[in-house]
Write a protein that binds this ligand. Structure first.
Ligand SMILES: O=C(O)CCC(=O)C(=O)O
Ligand SMILES: [Fe+2]
Length: 236
C-alpha cells in the first residue's frame, strides 16, 4: 500500500463563520468506504439517483438521491413526485447517529438544542431540549463538470444545523453570507472525509460548489467524481 501523503501543514479544523465549522478528515478511510458502499445502494432505483429539474426549465448538474424525505425544487414530499413516483427510501438509524455525532464534534456538546429566546437569568439554567433528530439525507453526485450554484437550504422547518460530508474528488465549497449570493464569502477546499457543519447564525447562509477537481479522490476509495451527503432535520 502507498503511504498516506503527509501534509506539510496539517489541515486544521476552522470556524469559517459563526456557527459554520470545517473539520478536515472527520471520516477515516474505512468509514468513507462504508458510506460510499451505502450510497451506491441508495442510488439504485426505485427512488434512485435522478436529474433534478428546476421550475425555470433548467437542470441541476449534480444528480441527487434523497432519504427520509424527498426534496424537489422547492419543497419536501414522501414520494418522488418529480421522478418515478416511488416512496422515498427510509432514513437509516446510523445516519441519525452520524448527524448527532457530527454536530457534537463540530460545534460542541449541546449545540443545536438551545431553547431559542430563553431568558438569561441566574435562575434559568436554559435546560437543553432533546437534540433534534436528523431525518433527511440529500446525496449529490458530481461528475467532473458538475457544480452547484449559490443557494440557501431553506425548505426545512427546523433550524437545526446542516451536516455535510464529502467523499471522492476535492471541491471548492463557497460559503457566503445570509444576505446575498455575492461577497463576502470564503472558499473552502472540501476533500474526501471532510465534515462541514453550518447552523446558528449561519444556518441560512448562501453556499455553493463552483468547482470539482477531477482525479483528486483518494485512489483506494474507488470513486470517480464527488459525493456530498447533507443531513438535515425536517421539522415536518
Ligand atoms: O456538495 C456540497 O458540498 C453542497 C451541497 C448542498 O449545498 C446541498 O445539497 O444543498
Ligand atoms: Fe445546500
Amino acid at each position: 500500500m502507498e503511504p498516506e501523503p503527509i501534509e506539510l501543514f496539517p489541515r486544521e479544523r476552522k470556524q469559517i463563520a459563526p456557527g459554520a465549522v470545517h473539520v478536515p478528515d472527520w471520516l477515516d478511510a474505512a468509514h468513507q468506504r462504508e458510506l460510499l458502499r451505502a450510497c451506491r445502494e441508495w442510488a439504485r432505483p426505485p427512488a434512485g439517483l435522478r436529474t433534478v429539474r428546476t421550475p425555470g426549465g433548467g437542470t441541476m448538474t449534480a444528480r441527487q438521491v434523497c432519504l427520509g424525505w424527498h426534496w424537489y425544487p422547492y419543497a419536501y414530499a414522501r414520494t418522488v413526485v418529480d421522478g418515478d413516483g416511488s416512496p422515498v427510501k427510509p432514513f437509516p438509524d446510523r445516519l441519525r447517529e452520524l448527524g448527532r455525532r457530527a454536530v457534537r464534534d463540530a460545534l460542541g456538546e449541546g449545540a443545536g438544542q438551545e431553547r431559542p429566546g430563553a431568558p438569561v437569568s441566574p435562575y434559568d439554567t436554559n435546560i437543553a431540549e432533546p437534540a433534534p433528530a436528523y431525518d433527511i439525507a440529500l446525496i449529490n453526485f458530481y461528475d467532473a463538470d458538475a457544480r452547484m450554484g449559490m443557494h440557501r437550504d431553506s425548505d426545512e422547518k427546523s433550524d437545526a444545523p446542516v451536516v455535510s460530508l464529502s467523499l471522492g474528488d476535492t471541491c471548492v465549497f463557497r460559503f457566503g453570507n445570509t444576505e446575498s449570493r455575492g461577497r463576502p464569502y470564503t472558499d473552502v477546499e472540501l476533500r474526501s472525509g471532510d465534515l462541514f457543519v453550518f447552523g446558528g447564525p449561519s444556518r441560512l447562509a448562501y453556499h455553493g460548489v463552483p468547482k470539482v477537481q477531477p482525479g483528486t479522490a483518494p485512489p483506494e476509495l474507488g470513486l470517480t467524481g464527488r459525493l456530498n451527503i447533507t443531513l438535515r432535520v425536517s421539522g415536518l
